[in-house]
Design a protein around this ligand. Structure first.
Ligand code: APR
Length: 230
């Protein structure tokens, strides 16, 4: 079986009803990204930032994984450790679609990180009311999200997997945010075959060996069938 690395972005969750980041007006649910998704924004106006992420965390309750998430769970069931699934998404739709091992490069909505003691806790409610940390009781919980200007999580593991991949597949990502956007090129340089499945042309589409255009719910199950048929 080939060693497969999959990188997903907001496009895989679009058909579940979650908005992607870069809509035509350049705004992200009505906010400029630098107003809500930077450490500076959090220092300046923590309540605004908490409200933004509290709303997004609450929105998870109203959405369900789609056929693309489920197909990747089938791929994991067949490949086991030979699948390495990386997501830039902070939603939990891969997990709810059945994937057991998901590397969240940009953090997770359903996690709170205590700036006082460093503990992380599964979090389903709001953070805007400044609840105490369950570990140390200090009211210093922030969303466990990688903001612009902060280093992504799990990079050593990600680079090791990408460098060892036989197949690299990017799904539903605009290819604008690094280092994630550079992983396909790295995989290709190390000998992997690379493929992009995306609705529109991404910023780095020309760097993939193969590009398919269309909705993830259609393209991902097709591609998974092909990989498993090989
Ligand atoms: N099926 C497949 N692709 C889709 C679909 C769909 N149904 N709907 C949209 N897309 C594609 C769009 O064409 C676009 O190229 O998904 C991509 C989404 O791009 P972005 O909104 O930029 O999302 P993403 O690439 O995940 O953003 C990367 O930027 O703001 C930061 O940290 C945030 O993780 C995020 C990162």
């Amino acid at each position: 079986m080939p060693r497969v690395v999959v990188l997903t972005g907001a496009g895989i969750s679009a058909e579940s009803g979650l908005r992607t980041f870069r809509d035509a007006d350049g705004l992200w649910e009505g906010h400029r990204p630098e107003d809500v998704a930077t450490p500076e924004a959090y220092q300046r106006d923590p309540l605004l930032v908490h409200r933004f992420y509290d709303a997004r965390r609450a929105a998870l309750l109203g959405v369900r994984p789609n056929a693309a998430h489920e197909a990747l769970a089938q791929l994991e069931a067949a490949l086991g450790d030979d699948l390495f699934l990386i997501t830039q998404n902070v939603d939990d739709l891969h997990e709810r679609g059945g994937s057991g091992r998901v590397v969240h490069l940009h953090g997770e909505l359903r996690s709170a990180w205590c700036l006082a003691c460093g503990a992380r806790h599964l979090w389903e409610g709001s953070l805007g009311s400044a609840p105490p940390c369950p570990s140390c009781a200090v009211r210093a919980l922030r969303p466990d999200i990688v903001w612009f200007g902060e280093p992504p999580y799990w990079m050593p593991e990600v680079l090791e997997a990408v460098e060892a991949a036989d197949v690299f597949c990017a799904i539903g990502t605009s290819g604008l945010v690094y280092p994630a956007a550079g992983l396909g090129e790295l995989a290709a340089a190390r000998g992997a075959r690379t493929i992009e499945l995306n609705l529109d042309a991404s910023a780095n589409a020309s760097r993939f060996h193969e590009v398919r255009r269309g909705p993830a719910s259609l393209l991902v199950p097709q591609w998974v069938d092909e990989v498993l048929g090989e």
